[in-house]
Ligand binder design. Structure first.
Ligand SMILES: *[C@@H]1O[C@H](CO)[C@@H](O)[C@H](O)[C@H]1NC(C)=O
Ligand SMILES: *[C@@H]1O[C@H](CO)[C@@H](O)[C@H](O)[C@H]1NC(C)=O
Ligand SMILES: *[C@@H]1O[C@H](CO)[C@@H](O)[C@H](O)[C@H]1NC(C)=O
Ligand SMILES: *[C@@H]1O[C@H](CO)[C@@H](O)[C@H](O)[C@H]1NC(C)=O
Ligand SMILES: *[C@@H]1O[C@H](CO)[C@@H](O)[C@H](O)[C@H]1NC(C)=O
Ligand SMILES: *[C@@H]1O[C@H](CO)[C@@H](O)[C@H](O)[C@H]1NC(C)=O
Ligand SMILES: *[C@@H]1O[C@H](CO)[C@@H](O)[C@H](O)[C@H]1NC(C)=O
Length: 515
């Protein structure tokens, strides 16, 4: 604790303000949950997303943009600018009954902005730890919070059961209904349990709170940071009927409900945008929109034409929807093919806000502000997608003097992507309607369970259909050496057993700190 405090004092001493001529912008970061790559109007979806499309059309669409394949890791990288090999969150998500969270020594984006003079608000999903109150949003740089601390729940009742309880790492790969003995509510206003919202759909609840914050903040001199982390469009499959009505032609029930969930979220984004405009602060605001990971195919999502699903290291798991919209951008209506990663938001938003990170904090992210604002080149040449030493090993080791190819990992260097170990389900899921006449190429190796090395040129072949590992051994070798070098910098992953003290019955029926 002493070491952490020392680090903290040093860190807070390291920032300083850049005083520019422009008013510092408000920053609204909207994070969707499990939103599939295909499922936005401008990617050719059959869903109608007019508000998202309009915002993106007026801004910069990110078409070479990467996130993590699951929730907590993406949120950890967004909040700290660090790969999860450097925070210990390499393996899976934080389940409600597990006693851990995003380590406290790393300042969050909210800490940075608050120290730089912003008011900071978080709405919706947190999912970066709840077992001690120090891990929850008001202790991680946010002035206000309204939402839930764990990873998922019912959209109307705000009730959830832990599904992790003593599952083994092997069992984790199997979609499971195995519930732990612990169930409870999870909705808080600041830190106080909320009990009077039963029946209100969460997309409406968080949108309404966001609109209130925008209206209120427009009277303030201070700029604000609003982190709007929607529950939508994660499972469970729930939406008010009226949002599904336009999609009665969709036969698959999950897909139909999910379409409605997307429409409700799109309406919410429209409401927040309208509030910004009506309040006269649109010119001084930057809106960022991102998914947290690829779509969950079994929950109605679709990542077409990309291969794979949420949880996998295929492009369908990690390549995300993302855009930035603001009158402050010099390039409007641009489509950027420049490489960007979710860990880049921390330094990028710092630059947007004129909050300078003076010393090297050891970030893995790069500032992309000049790329976004003016179309300059991306400073990023590589992405470490992940190294997960706790995933069961697959196949045989290819070389004995570099990275062990049995280990689940993936890395992007330039146009190439190398995958090792067991990357997860690599199927293409049928597209609901045709997209530009594309048909998925079918891979030969899909059933080879011992295979553990793949190399793709994902710029020429975003479908990951042509494995180049056999014909480019020296490229494979040099990328394995990069993985080895990253692995040498990794901290051990954290993934503790459930703690029975988490039981919400012991805490007034709510999920919350038990230590
Ligand atoms: C869960 O696992 C822990 C550690 O293996 C064990 O001590 C505990 O008894 C288990 N709990 C239940 C309910 O099985
Ligand atoms: C929430 O509302 C549902 C449906 O009206 C009801 O079944 C449930 O008991 C309510 N839950 C609470 C905690 O009031
Ligand atoms: C958006 O605003 C309209 C008008 O106030 C409201 O009827 C609708 O429910 C809002 N939508 C969401 C998702 O909050
Ligand atoms: C509006 O701002 C004031 C002053 O900053 C604060 O006290 C109040 O709680 C805010 N209201 C809402 C709805 O956010
Ligand atoms: C926003 O900027 C535009 C273009 O510079 C200007 O025409 C408009 O009046 C500004 N709106 C407000 C509310 O300041
Ligand atoms: C590593 O592989 C090389 C060639 O494949 C072999 O000659 C060597 O004995 C191996 N070293 C170890 C430590 O297994
Ligand atoms: C990664 O680093 C850890 C810790 O140094 C080491 O035990 C492990 O063998 C390395 N794994 C690979 C695949 O290089």
């Amino acid at each position: 604790m002493i070491a952490q405090n020392l680090f903290w004092i040093l860190w807070t001493g390291l920032i300083g303000l850049v005083v520019g001529s422009e008013k510092r912008p408000n920053i609204v970061f909207i994070l969707a949950d499990d939103y599939g790559f295909h499922d936005i109007g401008y990617h050719g979806s059959e869903f109608r997303t007019p508000n998202l499309d309009k915002l993106a059309d007026e801004g910069v669409k990110l078409e070479n943009y990467y996130v993590q394949p699951i929730c907590s890791p993406t949120r950890s990288q967004l909040m700290t600018g660090r790969y999860q090999i450097h925070t210990g969150l390499q393996h899976s998500i934080i389940w409600p009954s597990q006693p851990y969270g995003l380590p406290l020594q790393y300042p969050t984006l909210a800490n940075l902005l608050r120290d730089g003079g912003y008011t900071t608000h978080a709405l919706g999903k947190w999912h970066l730890g709840l077992y001690k109150k120090e891990y929850t949003p008001l202790h991680r740089g946010f002035d206000t919070f309204y939402g839930y601390w764990e990873g998922g729940e019912d959209y109307y009742t705000y009730y959830n059961c832990d599904t992790f309880h003593n599952r083994t790492i092997e069992e984790e790969e199997i979609p499971s209904q195995k519930e732990g003995p612990w169930c409870g509510f999870d909705l808080r206003d600041m830190e106080t349990p909320v009990t009077n919202m039963n029946g209100t759909y969460s997309t409406h609840l968080y949108t309404g709170k966001a609109v209130d914050i925008v209206k209120n903040a427009s009277n303030s001199e201070k700029p604000f940071f609003l982190y709007l982390a929607y529950q939508a469009v994660h499972t469970p499959m729930e939406v008010p009927q009226k949002y599904m009505d336009p999609y009665s032609h969709i036969k698959n029930e999950y897909r139909r409900i999910y379409a409605g969930m997307v429409s409700a979220m799109d309406e919410g984004v429209g409401n927040v945008t309208k509030a910004l405009k009506d309040s006269g602060i649109w010119n001084d605001t930057i809106v960022i929109f991102s998914t947290d990971n690829g779509g969950q195919v079994f929950g109605g999502g679709n990542n077409w034409p990309l291969r794979g699903n949420k949880r996998t290291l295929w492009e369908g798991g990690v390549r995300g929807i993302g855009f930035v919209s603001s009158p402050r951008l010099k390039q409007k209506g641009a489509v950027s093919k420049k490489l960007m990663h979710v860990s880049d938001w921390f330094p990028t938003v710092a630059d947007m806000a004129g909050v300078k990170v003076k010393e090297d904090l050891g970030l893995d992210g790069f500032s992309q502000w000049s790329m976004l604002r003016s179309g300059k080149s991306s400073p990023r040449k590589e992405i470490l997608h992940n190294i997960d030493i706790w995933e069961p090993l697959q196949g045989k080791m290819l070389y004995n003097d570099t990275f062990d190819t049995r280990v689940r990992a993936a890395i992007r260097v330039g146009d190439y992507k190398l995958i090792t170990g067991n990357p997860g389900d690599g199927k293409w899921y049928p597209v609901p309607t045709t997209v530009d006449g594309l048909t998925p190429p079918l891979p030969a190796e899909i059933s080879e369970s011992a295979k553990n090395v793949w190399l793709f040129n994902v710029v020429k072949d975003p479908y990951e259909s042509i494995d180049l590992s056999g014909i480019m051994p020296s490229q494979v070798r040099s990328m394995l050496d990069r993985l080895k070098a990253y692995n040498a910098t990794a901290v051990p992953p954290m993934y503790p057993q459930s703690d029975p003290k988490c039981d919400p019955k012991l805490h007034g029926g709510f999920w919350g700190p038990w230590e």
